[in-house]
Design a binder for this molecule. Structure first.
Ligand SMILES: [Zn+2]
Ligand SMILES: [Zn+2]
Length: 128
């Protein structure tokens, strides 16, 4: 169990929020764009953790857009999920490499060079 650090693939901003702790470490700060409303989304940065925090209830199966809270550009890519064909979201790992994960709630498919963030995203897509 150790924390990872991620950056925006567009502006390179550090997405770690030192003021928002989940599992005792800085959370990954993103903006969730769902049904036209933008709300903060925090993911645990701890390897193996399933914790996240969001005030926005997302209906299972719905597509969610994720934005960088700094440049407000979408981190959704043109790459489709192998299973459900929703677009994959991407973040840069500050240690190098990218992590891609499906943006559809309930879909646990991902392509990632590490599974750190993947585990957080699995929790994101679970029913609350
Ligand atoms: Zn950005
Ligand atoms: Zn999918």
């Amino acid at each position: 169990m150790f924390p990872v650090s991620v950056q925006c693939p567009h502006c390179g901003s550090n997405l770690m929020d030192e003021g928002q702790l989940i599992d005792g470490y800085a959370a990954i700060s993103l903006t969730l764009n769902y049904l036209g409303e933008r709300t903060p989304l925090l993911l645990s940065s701890i390897y193996g953790s399933f914790r996240y925090a969001s005030k926005c209830p997302v209906v299972a199966g719905d597509f969610t857009e994720l934005l960088c809270p700094h440049c407000e550009r979408s981190i959704i890519t043109d790459s489709p999920c192998d299973v459900c064909t929703a677009s994959l979201a991407m973040l840069h790992l500050s240690v190098g490499g990218d992590v891609l994960f499906c943006s559809r709630r309930g879909c646990k498919v991902h392509r990632a060079e590490t599974d750190d963030l993947e585990r957080s995203m699995i929790e994101l897509t679970r029913a609350r």
